[in-house]
Design a protein around this ligand. Structure first.
Ligand code: HPA
Length: 273
């Protein structure tokens, strides 16, 4: 069952009582939690486990708290650590934080993640702006939800990532001389990484990067009418030539080294929102 309106109302009421009223929601992925948060003015930290009905992140590289404050004169609510499907949560729990951010007032959502690189011309440590995605997980957050709230309908997915926001991000990257690739993100269930054959297959179907998150959050945000932008940090080379063993620690290590560039891009975009 999807977390109903009672759970959403209670979590939202708890955060509203702390005067948390964001304009923008931000999700920080594996190894990406520290740098952006260090740039928030007057941060207020709210651990997920203090919020009614909120899921808790259980993976290392994810702190498990909301950070609320100001960036570029905008009120932002940041997930320092996300909730993944592979942790065992259902899709309603995975996307519950997005519904909470939206209920608190956030109209835009910026998402980041660590991902495997499938494009043989690109390198580990580079950033990729997600232009489009292929949802390859076995479940999604909207199953049954539309029926409860808006009646069944087919969610349009012709522009899951805002072209206007992407234009700004690309301009910021040019101005700051940050190399930014653009491509297609494939969301896999995890927590197993891919075999060599799976990486080859994902490249063949049109993927440039593969990860275990982001698409459920973007689907929910799209459903709620939020504008989305998302960036992957390519933490390991999964293209045919470069395919080597990968560990979570390697992913965290490479992601944290690229976190500064990601933060510049997000802050540059937030300024223009
Ligand atoms: N596959 C899936 N998810 C990932 C990877 C990968 O190679 N790297 C970081 N997250």
């Amino acid at each position: 069952m999807h977390a109903g309106s009672k759970e959403l109302a209670e979590a939202t009421r708890y955060l509203k009582a702390m005067r948390i009223q964001p304009q923008v929601g931000v999700v920080l992925g594996t190894g990406l939690g520290e740098e952006f948060v260090s740039r928030i003015t007057d941060p207020v930290f709210v651990p997920y486990n203090s919020i009614p009905f909120f899921p808790v992140s259980t993976v290392s590289g994810h702190k498990g708290q909301f950070v609320f404050g100001e960036v570029a004169k905008k009120k932002v609510l940041v997930m320092q650590g996300r909730i993944h499907y592979y942790e065992g949560y259902d899709m309603q729990k995975v996307t519950f934080p997005i519904r909470v951010m939206n209920a608190l007032g956030a109209k835009s959502l910026l998402v980041s993640n660590a991902a495997g690189n499938l494009n043989p011309s690109w390198k580990q440590g580079e950033l990729m702006l997600i232009e489009d995605h292929i949802h390859a997980m076995p479940d999604g957050p909207l199953r049954g939800v539309g029926q409860l709230e808006k009646g069944i309908f087919f969610l349009d997915q012709s522009e899951p990532y805002s072209a206007a926001m992407n234009k700004v991000i690309k301009a910021v990257a040019r101005a700051k001389k940050i190399r930014l690739r653009e491509g297609v993100y494939v969301s896999n269930m995890g927590p197993a990484l891919e075999t060599k054959a799976e990486y080859r297959y994902l490249r063949m179907i049109g993927g440039d990067a593969v990860g275990m998150s982001t698409v459920p959050e973007v689907l929910m945000a799209n459903y709620l009418g939020m504008k989305c932008a998302a960036i992957s940090v390519l933490t390991n080379d999964a293209s045919e030539e470069g395919n080597k063993p990968v560990s979570l620690n390697d992913v965290i290590d490479v992601a944290s080294k690229s976190a500064k560039k990601l933060t510049e891009l997000f802050i540059g975009l937030i300024k223009e929102l």
